[in-house]
Every structure is written in structure tokens, then in C-alpha cells.
Ligand binder design. Structure first.
Ligand SMILES: *[C@@H]1O[C@H](CO)[C@@H](O)[C@H](O)[C@H]1NC(C)=O
Ligand SMILES: *[C@@H]1O[C@H](CO)[C@@H](O)[C@H](O)[C@H]1NC(C)=O
Ligand SMILES: [Zn+2]
Ligand SMILES: [Zn+2]
Length: 175
């Protein structure tokens, strides 16, 4: 039986959370390690939330098209280029018709969320959360396609902000 004195100390919990966060940041990284984090975060698209409200590795969509990328980032960038209007048509990718008329719509997000629920057997409890994750999946499926089992990628801060603005919650865990 679990005794009080067998519970991990708050320090150990903190440490474990920190390590998990570091692993997640490593696994979801988009830019080459030579790229400075602040340079990647520097907003040129006019849609990113203020830097002080973002996480360390959050980045602006414009950085995808100007800075050195890891292989995963290249796949994402090339997928975006194949779907979006020519670069420069909109200051931010989230303003492109691919986002405005497709990804950021209730229909697309609901379809994606319901398919995920069917495939995984996970019920849709928190609707807006499911719709946000539905939209994130559609972003990947419409640009990269198959990302690889368990492979994850960090999305631009402006895109996450647009998805959250469309389907808000009081709380955001992860995305
Ligand atoms: C879910 O998002 C809609 C807008 O799409 C909003 O009106 C509603 O208040 C949100 N629900 C919650 C629980 O925040
Ligand atoms: C927000 O997070 C807190 C703590 O994790 C949780 O107790 C609460 O139910 C969450 N609220 C919503 C709306 O998800
Ligand atoms: Zn930006
Ligand atoms: Zn942007």
C-alpha cells in the first residue's frame, strides 16, 4: 500500500515535470540547433502573441521560411508551400485561405475530432479541446501527411493562437 512517506517529494515531481518538458521540446523541435531561439520567436507575421506570453521554443510562422530547419521542419514548410498562396500574399499563414476556409472551420475540426475519437475510442468530452486538436491534426495531415508514429512537431505560435481564439477554453494543457 502507498504510504505518505513513499510519495515523491514536491522537488522530485518538479524535476520529473522539467525533464518531461525538456524531452518534449527536443522531440517537437523544428529548427536546426544553430538557430537562435529568440530569432525563431521574433514575430514578423504580426499575429503572434507577445513573447512574454509564449513558451521558450515557440516560434513565428515567418521563421519557417527564413531559418534553417530540421528534416521535420522542412517537410512542414514544403507542405505549407504546396497548400498556401505564394509566400508574402498574407503576413501570416493563419490568414491564408487554407486556414481561414478550411482548417479554422467548425466542419473540418469536427470531422477530424470525430474521426480521431472513432479511431482511438476516446470520447469527446471537452468539445473545444477536441476541436483544437482536430484542427492541429488537419494542419499536419494537409501539409506533411503521415508524420510517423509518435512523431510530433511544434506548430507556430500564431497558428496555435488562432486555433485557441476560435475554440477557447479556460485551460490549455499542451496545446
Ligand atoms: C467553445 O468555443 C465557442 C466558440 O467556437 C465558444 O463560444 C464557447 O464559449 C467555447 N466553450 C467554452 C467552454 O469555452
Ligand atoms: C483547469 O485546470 C484545473 C487544474 O488542472 C482543473 O481542475 C479544471 O477542471 C480545469 N478547467 C477546465 C475548464 O478544464
Ligand atoms: Zn508571428
Ligand atoms: Zn504567423
Amino acid at each position: 500500500r502507498l504510504q505518505m512517506d513513499q510519495l515523491p517529494t514536491p522537488e522530485a515531481v518538479q524535476e520529473a515535470l522539467l525533464r518531461q518538458k525538456e524531452r518534449e521540446e527536443r522531440e517537437t523541435r523544428v529548427f536546426s540547433s544553430k538557430v537562435d531561439r529568440e530569432e525563431a520567436a521574433h514575430c514578423r507575421c504580426e499575429c503572434c502573441p507577445p513573447r512574454n506570453s509564449l513558451e521558450d521554443n515557440d516560434y513565428c510562422c515567418s521563421s519557417l521560411f527564413s531559418l534553417a530547419l530540421l528534416k521535420k521542419g522542412v517537410l512542414f514548410r514544403d507542405g505549407l508551400i504546396s497548400k498556401l498562396q505564394p509566400i508574402g500574399a498574407h503576413s501570416c499563414i493563419s490568414r491564408d485561405p487554407h486556414f481561414v476556409n478550411y482548417i479554422l472551420t467548425d466542419l473540418a475540426a469536427r470531422s477530424s475530432a470525430e474521426t480521431f475519437s472513432m479511431m482511438t475510442g476516446t470520447p469527446i468530452n471537452d468539445l473545444n479541446r477536441s476541436l483544437r486538436y482536430g484542427a492541429y491534426r488537419t494542419i499536419i495531415s494537409s501539409t506533411i501527411g503521415h508524420l510517423g508514429k509518435g512523431v510530433r512537431i511544434r506548430l507556430p505560435a500564431c497558428v496555435i493562437a488562432a486555433v485557441r481564439a476560435k475554440w477557447p477554453s479556460n485551460n490549455y494543457t499542451g496545446f
